[in-house]
Design a protein around this ligand. Sequence first.
Ligand code: MN
Length: 324
Amino acid sequence: MRSVVSMDDQLYGGTTATATKPDSVLLAGHDVPLGRYATVRRLLPQRQRRMVGAWCFVDHFGPEDLSGRPGMQIPPHPHTGLQTVTWLVAGEMVHRDSLGSDQSIRPGQLNLMSSGHGISHSEMSPPEHPPGMHGLQLWVALPDGERHGAPRFEHHPVLPVLRDGDATCTVIAGRFGSATSPAGVHTPLVAVELVLPVPGPHRLPLEPSFEYGVLAMSGAVAVGDARVTPGSLLYLAPGRSELTLEVAGQARVVLLGGEPFEEDLVMWWNFVARSHEEIVQARQDWIAGRRFGKVTSCSAEPLPAPELPMVRLKARNRYGRTTG
Ligand code: MN
């Protein structure tokens, strides 16, 4: 079975790096202050690798001890052209949005917000919160046919969990193995959390038409020569039908994947668009109080829009190349 795949890899694989196997690159994230009280590790977008499938934004926050501190305090702000995915492994967060949603999320649950043309939301640690906080905030770019639609919010209190030997796999989005997440998505993609409690190799089935990203929320995992630790993202080009993760101790790993997203995007602040003009319009609409509604259940002052840069924003493909 494996030999056929290897043959294909040799003949057709390798988008850039080598002729013998599909391209992989270990991307180092960077720290970004978020609001007044939190710092996150941003793993996507990166300069030369903007996306993994439709996943266009990956922030890893914590683990952090919030004892005696307010925790995550993100006031109302707008989104367009994307879905937000919130995934916690410790702590609690309250999502409120302009549709009237007021939803607490705890570890193992999924909050999925689809902005469509426009929505606004806030995300706050509740006043009485657990001491720890650890999680991911992910964005999924909406394809052109979906990005002008109505906003919606989904809370999934229970997700499918697969057990493979000692490993526990929670299917956050898309399909993995025999399980499919109830999350409503619009392009072929997957997100799986793997809790690997004992040392050893773990083999995962992959979809050859997908590209993938591997990140560690805790512990370390080796994929071939690459060692993935918290704060980095291993990008894997399409062409693989399986992946072996080598774990030395305990690890909590998230696998993101999807069909390469072919549309060029302009990303600025909280907006995913196709042109400079669309970004300017979204910013004006937020300032004018149009389009994005109001988060009436949140008393915090909405975030002001930042100044636009002096230069025109350019659409970029998934490799970061401008396309006019
Ligand atoms: Mn947001």
